[in-house]
Design a protein around this ligand. Structure first.
Ligand SMILES: Nc1ncnc2c1ncn2[C@@H]1O[C@H](COP(=O)(O)OP(=O)(O)OP(=O)(O)O)[C@@H](O)[C@H]1O
Length: 330
């Protein structure tokens, strides 16, 4: 059927053996390797073998996403959630599976367990994961506590980064490992977005002021020890659900190991309230200088929105940069 890598199956047609960035985090040791010709329908084939079902009783569309086609597969062994994309190779779903898998393994906040990803024979790719029935909105304080528990449990021995690059929205997110957070955030987060704005809009002003900010932002991190911790990476209300029993569920991640505070970079689209932050900080105490770094982490996502959706987001990004340049005398 394919590779079973630490419980996560990788579909045939995957370029894993020669993959230059073979994931090394939790799914490092192939436990079983079998070889077969690529099936016409690798999704059903997996469900009816490794998925332990003997029949698929219903396939129904699931709405809500923009990038991929989502379906629910009901089987005699339970329900599965399947996303396909006819035009994108399997690397996107590989990154999603590894991110979900890393969060799942912390056994803290609920995320769907990823089962398999791979290529489709007609082009494109798919991912199969646990289907979760959603219910009413999650309690904010439980969300805050569970998220903090994930940050606390999700440690990295390799520093800041992730085993694969991924995407935030559809923008590439580079996750090359680094031992220095300020360097990582400056180069792979802010610097990447400044360069994108220069390349696609010719925005030399934001690029040049951005370079000045990157050079001077180290002062915002004085007297804090930054530990790499597992981040969802794109935590906004569209990726936060709750299961039928009320427990919060987070989906559609852009995971990497980074500074915990960077998780709040999408807070302007997340509706986190006081009870969320109080519960979060009881588990992950607020670090000195949190408030003065808050906008720095919003900036990455404002820049990403500017690059993805256009100039409406530029003023928010620009005013954060200018404020920092003023306060940092840069
Ligand atoms: N594991 C799951 N079980 C049940 N329903 C799910 C699951 N994952 C996602 N969904 C539902 O399917 C919808 C689409 O999923 P998702 O947001 O991952 O799609 P996408 O197209 O990859 O992402 P995007 O929102 O970035 O376009 C979600 O809004 C949610 O309602």
């Amino acid at each position: 059927m394919g590779l079973n890598v630490g419980g996560l199956s990788v579909g045939l047609g995957s370029c894993l053996p020669s993959h230059p960035r073979l994931p090394r985090f939790s799914f490092t040791k192939p436990r079983q390797v079998a070889v077969a010709a690529m099936s016409d329908d690798p999704i059903s084939e997996w469900i009816l073998s490794e998925g332990n079902a003997t029949k698929i009783t219903r396939i129904s569309p699931v709405g809500g996403g923009c990038i991929n086609v989502a379906r629910r597969y009901d089987t005699d062994a339970g329900s599965l959630f399947v996303k396909t994309n006819r035009s994108i190779g399997q690397l996107m779903f590989e990154a999603e599976a590894l991110g979900l898998g890393a969060m799942y393994e912390t056994r803290t906040i609920r995320v769907p367990k990823p089962f398999k990803y791979g290529s489709l024979p007609t082009g494109g790719s798919y991912i199969i994961m646990e289907f979760i029935e959603f219910g009413a909105r999650a309690d904010q304080s439980v969300l805050g506590r569970k998220l903090a528990e994930m940050h606390k449990a999700g440690k990295s021995e390799k520093g800041f980064g992730f085993d694969v690059d991924n995407t935030v929205g559809s923008t590439p997110q580079i996750n090359t490992w680094s031992s220095d957070w300020v360097q990582f955030y400056g180069e792979h987060r802010l610097g990447y977005q400044f360069k994108l704005a220069l390349d696609q809009y010719g925005d030399r002003t934001i690029y040049e002021r951005g370079q000045r900010l990157i050079k001077s932002m180290g002062a915002l991190f004085e007297n804090v020890v930054i530990e790499p911790c597992l981040l969802h990476g794109d935590l906004w209300s569209g990726n936060i659900f709750s299961a039928k029993n009320g427990e919060p569920v987070i989906l559609d991640p852009a995971c990497y190991y980074g500074h915990s505070e960077a998780e709040f970079g999408m807070s302007w689209c997340a509706g986190f309230g006081g009870s969320f932050y109080n519960a979060y900080f009881q588990v992950m105490p607020k670090q000195p200088g949190f408030e003065k770094r808050r906008d720095l982490y919003l900036l990455y996502h404002y820049l990403n929105h500017y690059n993805l959706f256009g100039s409406g987001y530029r003023p928010s990004a620009m005013s954060i940069i200018d404020d920092y340049l003023r306060t940092l005398n840069a």
